[in-house]
Ligand binder design. Structure first.
Ligand code: HEM
Length: 400
């Protein structure tokens, strides 16, 4: 990590005010911390808090999770030794070997099907394509493979749509009922058949592990919903966001298409730095803590890590922090380490899976003859993950 560079690189016209973030306005209007939380905007302090064992998971309903049988609680809500044990069990689904030998096959197969459909019809909705890909890849890790994948992606799309219901008044109440109905449909149509199949013939996936550990079906549903939101919803939004940037920025697209994989991953990292899908992470201090810069934290205090702010902290991002600069990661010696996947024990286990599937899909999409963005997405807000959603983008290409 280098000190902030006071000079903006000339390639950006030396304009320190340039802001390439598409999600800046929607986030400014919607990002908020939980009541009573102190907001952290400094990259260094955020990293210390997320890495420290003195803090536990908070926000996103963590305070209401029943811990009477912690063995059956989603990994997201666990802390300490139980969390460590569960993460070490999960680790094998996310190794470079698993990505290369297992998940890349799913990424390649689904991408090929989606591109073939696009070429046949000459037109496709980008968020439908990206959800199908994110859902196929995560479903294989979870073991949700007993039912038709396209139909399951559609059921999950309806779950996610219901989660964006109004957050006030009768709309909020109706939205909650609709979400419950959609989740239960997903449960009966996809989760129950998967559990039955895994009971008969266990595989190397999350549901087989849950069955072996005798999770109740409710626990398995919670685990599936964790992956659906943490793995599918996030990746769907990220893929569309990447496509949007690359369709609109000819220079960047050229660099992406002519660069090797490292260059392509560097561009994805930089887009995710500017456009983190989840905007806030919360942690509560379980004990008193003194930060390396002398920050005093008392047990019980709640903190909100503002991912959008820490990623543009000039102390790590350097000059022109709001500019999309594909060389930034290398220059600042922080490639792959921005905060958009979190940090510390809860850091996203699926980060490499998400980056690989995005790279494979976007590379194939941008090489389709005559490909163009016929309709730009509209940007909205998904309250449950406190992140943006980009919907309605349509791509068109030459038929063939
Ligand atoms: C661009 C896509 C993605 C983004 C931006 C993202 C972001 C994150 C973040 C910020 C966290 C940390 C939450 C916290 O510290 O409280 C997280 C956790 C998690 N992510 Fe991801 N994620 C993505 C894709 C995936 C994928 C593809 C999977 C799996 C297939 C996945 C599975 C998980 C799980 C299981 C956790 C909980 C880990 C724990 O609590 O120990 N994510 N993700």
């Amino acid at each position: 990590m280098s000190e902030a560079d006071p000079v903006c690189p000339a390639r950006f016209g030396g304009d320190p005010a340039r802001d390439d973030r598409k999600s800046a306005a929607i986030a400014a209007a919607n990002v908020h911390a939980e009541p009573g939380a102190d907001v952290i905007n400094s990259f260094g302090f955020a990293r210390d808090v997320l890495r420290s064992a003195a803090f536990v998971q908070a926000g996103a309903g963590a305070e209401h999770v029943k811990m009477d049988n912690p063995e059956h609680v989603s990994v997201f809500f666990l802390d300490g030794e139980l969390h460590k044990k569960r993460r070490s069990q999960l680790a094998r689904y996310f190794t470079p070997k698993a990505i290369k030998e297992r998940h890349t096959k799913v990424m390649d197969r689904t991408t090929a099907e989606l591109i073939a459909d696009l070429r046949r019809t000459g037109e496709a909705k980008l968020d439908v394509m990206s959800l199908r890909l994110a859902s196929d890849v995560a479903a294989e890790i979870v073991g949700l493979t007993a039912t038709n994948q396209q139909a399951m992606a559609e059921r999950l799309r309806k779950v996610f749509m219901s989660m964006s219901a109004p957050t006030k008044g009768i709309g909020k109440w109706l939205g909650a009922v609709n979400t419950f109905y959609r989740v239960m449909t997903f449960y009966w149509r996809d989760v129950v058949p998967a559990v039955r199949a895994r009971r008969k013939a266990p595989q190397d996936d999350v549901i087989s592990y849950c069955v072996q550990e005798k999770y109740p079906n409710k626990g398995i549903l919670i685990e599936c919903m964790t992956y659906a939101t943490a793995g599918m919803l996030t990746t769907r939004e990220f893929i569309v966001m990447v496509a949007w940037h690359l369709f609109e920025n000819d220079d960047l697209r050229e660099i992406f298409l002519t660069g090797g994989e490292d260059v392509q991953f560097g561009i994805l990292d930089e887009i995710l730095r500017l456009e983190p899908v989840a905007a806030m992470l919360h942690r509560r201090a379980a004990e008193d803590f003194t930060g390396p810069a002398g920050q005093q934290v008392k047990a019980g205090e709640l903190y909100a890590i503002n991912m959008r702010a820490v990623n543009v902290d000039p102390a790590v991002a350097g000059a022109c922090p709001f500019t999309l600069d594909p060389d930034r990661g290398k220059r600042q010696k922080i490639a792959g380490s921005w905060m958009s996947f979190g940090d510390g024990p809860h850091r996203c286990p699926g980060s490499q899976v998400a980056l690989h599937e995005t790279r494979v899909f976007i590379d194939a999409l941008l090489r389709v003859p005559g490909i163009r963005l016929a309709k730009t997405p509209t940007i909205g807000w998904c309250a449950p993950i406190m992140g943006y959603e980009v919907h309605g983008a349509v791509v068109m290409c030459d038929k063939g």
